[in-house]
Ligand binder design. Structure first.
Ligand SMILES: [Zn+2]
Length: 364
């Protein structure tokens, strides 16, 4: 046999081993590209690839936007898709699309993670799934009760065959004045988009204790749904896809913006972030509820963590030194964070919340 042919055979053999030997092949390649550029209006500005992007998505949805038109969607891996919300508070342009959502297509159906912020956006999320696959939506996982993640739930409640999964704290939230106030505010701002709203109830609640998981399997995929406590809302979930090595961290850390703390527990945030880094140190992507998906070493987690630690330290000292709430909040400036998205909107509220937490700790 001529030497060249032998070499080619050797190479082909090696390639065969790499491609087909079980255990030698990782999950499907990371992609991150926009799937449907036709869904992007000419004046919108969206990154071409969403993984580790520094670009902020900019778009403007029209009043009475169409429920059946798919939204721009990115493919993270062969089966996993991501919708990138604006990094902003609710306004006339984002019309409640100021958080992320995603979905995973398996042989037996689709698992959706979060709903976007209004029933109308929930319908558009469903239209987006439909534009990618005709497989039925079998599960919706609501990571937490905040409007930007959960207020599209009504659109999914109207579907057949879908099991909605949420944190048990959602039941309590649905009876709270917090829900009433936030629904009233959204109805005032976005009356048409909120039509058909119903609270984000579920068929199945993750009753496990903190950091324990419920597992669902669909097609060839396995989804580990972790109860991560009440660090950011009435109850928070994190979803891990072992086959793809992706973790949907929800609002346990924020990317490309300042965090919001006004409805959780800052000590639990730090514990949750430690748990995340200890248990998923080398996943391929962490996908946050706000900002783009990120690869190792996940700087969004250490940055958010550092912000929370700094603010706790500053407010604890203020309480110990007898500084009033108002003065402590007025004196708080994080130079590293000034100029980042939502610093102006959130920092004072965060300082206020943490001061009260520290005060409670001090007097207890
Ligand atoms: Zn959020």
């Amino acid at each position: 046999m001529c030497k060249r042919v032998w070499k080619v055979r050797q190479w082909t053999g090696a390639l065969f081993l790499v491609l087909f030997l079980p255990g030698t092949v990782g999950a499907a390649t990371l992609n991150g590209e926009l799937v449907n550029p036709e869904a992007v209006a000419s004046e919108w500005r969206l990154p071409e690839n969403v993984i580790d992007t520094r670009q902020l998505p900019q778009f403007s949805l029209k009043k009475n936007h169409d429920a059946d038109t798919p939204l721009p969607v990115y493919q993270l891996t062969g089966q996993t898709y991501f919708l990138f919300g604006t990094i902003s508070t609710l306004n006339e342009d984002n019309r409640g699309w100021n958080g992320n959502a995603g979905f995973v297509v398996t042989d037996e159906g689709v698992v959706v993670i979060d709903t976007l912020g209004t029933p109308l956006l929930g319908q558009r999320l469903i239209a987006t799934v439909r534009s990618v696959t005709d497989k039925p939506i079998r599960y919706l996982i609501i990571t937490h009760n905040h409007p930007d993640h959960a207020y599209g739930a009504a659109a999914f409640q109207a579907l057949e065959e879908v099991t909605i999964i949420a944190h048990p704290g959602t039941r309590e939230y649905n009876k709270s004045s917090t829900l009433e106030e936030s629904v009233a505010y959204r109805r005032d701002q976005l009356a048409e988009d909120m039509r058909g709203f119903s609270p984000p109830g579920a068929d199945q609640y993750i009753e496990q204790s903190r950091f324990d998981k419920e597992v669902i399997e669909l097609g060839e995929q396995r989804f580990e749904i972790y109860n991560t406590g009440r660090h950011h809302s009435y109850g928070d979930l994190v979803v891990y896809q072992p086959a793809e090595e992706l973790v949907w961290i929800s609002d346990l850390a924020f990317n490309q913006r300042t965090t919001y703390m006004g409805d959780g527990d800052s000590e639990q945030i730090l514990e949750g972030q430690k748990w995340l880094l200890d248990n998923f140190p080398d996943v391929r992507l962490m996908i946050p509820g706000h900002g783009g998906p990120q690869t190792e070493p996940f700087p969004m987690v250490s940055k958010t963590r550092n912000y929370v630690q700094q603010l706790r330290k500053e407010m604890r000292e203020a309480v110990e030194q007898g500084v009033s709430l108002q003065d402590a909040v007025n004196n708080s400036h994080f130079e590293d964070w000034e100029g980042t998205q939502l610093y102006e909107e959130n920092h004072r509220a965060n300082a206020n919340y943490i001061y009260r937490e520290m005060e409670k700790e001090f007097f207890e």
